[in-house]
Design a protein around this ligand. Structure first.
Ligand code: ADP
Length: 361
């Protein structure tokens, strides 16, 4: 984490949004620290773009307050908020050169030409687009266009950068390299950045802090490691991580143990609300499952299909009770389709959830 963090950059207090009678954002409280890279992630329709656009001032806030650098901006125009936004669609002017695209906003704001030149040079330096300045957007690749779009945000020297799914239009390989570019940009500039994506890998790799959203509500806020290793609920457990965490129906046996597909497993935390025979959800990540020789604390599975990917092998399995399970193996001999195997997992990696989805800690 950078120095300079610790001051609040963006603060949302009980922010709500309705379209007519339909409420889509249900009271969001969130603080973003100065210099922090925060990613809003969640499935399509969860409200992440709406939330970002409210911070930008492009969408009216129905209720609640938004402050940037301690200043209430809830009713301010986008241009008065100290923000700059980068869109998925680039939104470049097709008839202008890259240089003019970069400088256009500053020119409109009557910035002196020498200052425009300085900022355009600085941005093109950071983004390594100096050789493209005289081209038009139509003469650029998708990745180069997105770089220009980011450059246009940089020249504004905003307090806060807002990114709305900026990499979604790029092919998979370019997405990875632009992701690394954006991480580098954040390191170099040190600005506060808020970034919206539906892609949990982007969220994991870019964020200092991930905000997981569902249906207009925050499900969990935390570092990538926190939301991955210590999810608050079944939704976060299933959304973060690829392949996803195995989430299996099980039953409480007695204090500290469950029954999964007829096998007894330990590790269930004490929970007075849960009685013997109550259903619960057992969560285990594919990479935490180990082959075992059987006996206590293990369960049986049949390998339906083994997928060999070189560095890893995925085993698509079925338990005795019919539930499906994915196992990820980093090493070991190949396992044949149809093999019967015994599995276990370190007790510390086992996760338990109530039927309602809430984590049992
Ligand atoms: P996300 O960015 O997570 O995909 P959005 O913020 O775009 O989600 O949308 C959140 C919810 O608000 C969705 O249910 C969407 O259908 C609804 N919504 C977005 N814009 C409008 C609008 N102009 N009128 C009515 N409903 C809208």
């Amino acid at each position: 984490m950078r120095s300079g963090m610790g001051n609040t950059s963006v603060a949302l207090s009980d922010v709500r949004k309705s379209y007519g009678n339909l409420q889509v954002i249900h009271g969001i409280d969130l603080t973003v620290e100065d210099g922090e890279f925060v990613v809003f992630v969640g499935p399509s329709g969860c409200g992440k773009s709406t939330l970002l656009r409210m911070i930008a001032g492009l969408e009216e806030v129905t209720d609640g307050e938004i402050a940037i650098k301690g200043r209430d901006v809830t009713d301010l125009d986008p241009s008065d908020r100290g923000i700059a936004m980068v869109f998925q669609s680039y939104a470049l002017y097709p008839h202008m050169s890259v240089r003019d695209n970069l400088g256009f906003g500053l020119k409109m704001a009557n910035t002196p030409q020498a200052e425009i030149d300085r900022r355009v040079a600085h941005a093109s330096d950071i983004l390594k687009i100096g050789a493209l300045l005289d081209r038009r957007p139509g003469q650029l690749s998708g990745g180069q266009r997105q770089r220009v779009a980011i450059g246009r945000a940089i020249v504004r020297e905003p307090d806060v950068f807002l990114f709305d799914e900026p990499l979604s239009n790029l092919d998979a390989e370019l997405r990875v390299s632009m992701r690394i570019e954006i991480a580098r940009l954040h390191r170099e500039l040190g600005n506060t950045m808020i970034y919206v994506t539906h892609d949990q890998t982007e969220a994991m790799t870019l964020a200092d802090k991930i905000v997981v959203l569902r249906d207009g509500r925050i499900e969990q806020v935390g570092t990538p490691r926190k939301v991955y290793e210590d999810p608050d609920n079944v939704f976060v457990a299933g959304f973060i991580g690829s392949p996803r965490m195995n989430l299996l129906q099980a039953m409480k046996q007695d204090e500290g143990t469950i029954v999964l597909s007829g096998a007894k497993l330990s590790g269930l935390p004490a929970d007075t609300a849960l009685a013997t025979g109550d259903e619960l959800i057992f969560g285990i990540r594919p990479e935490h499952i180990e082959l075992s020789t059987g006996g206590t604390d293990s369960f049986a599975a049949r390998v339906d299909f083994a997928e060999y990917l070189g560095s890893t092998q995925f085993l698509y399995c079925t338990l005795d009770d019919g539930q499906s399970l994915i196992v990820e193996r980093r090493e070991g001999d190949d396992i044949e389709n149809g093999a019967m195997i015994q599995l276990t997992a370190p007790v510390g990696k086992r996760r338990f959830f109530r039927q309602s989805g809430e984590r049992i800690r």
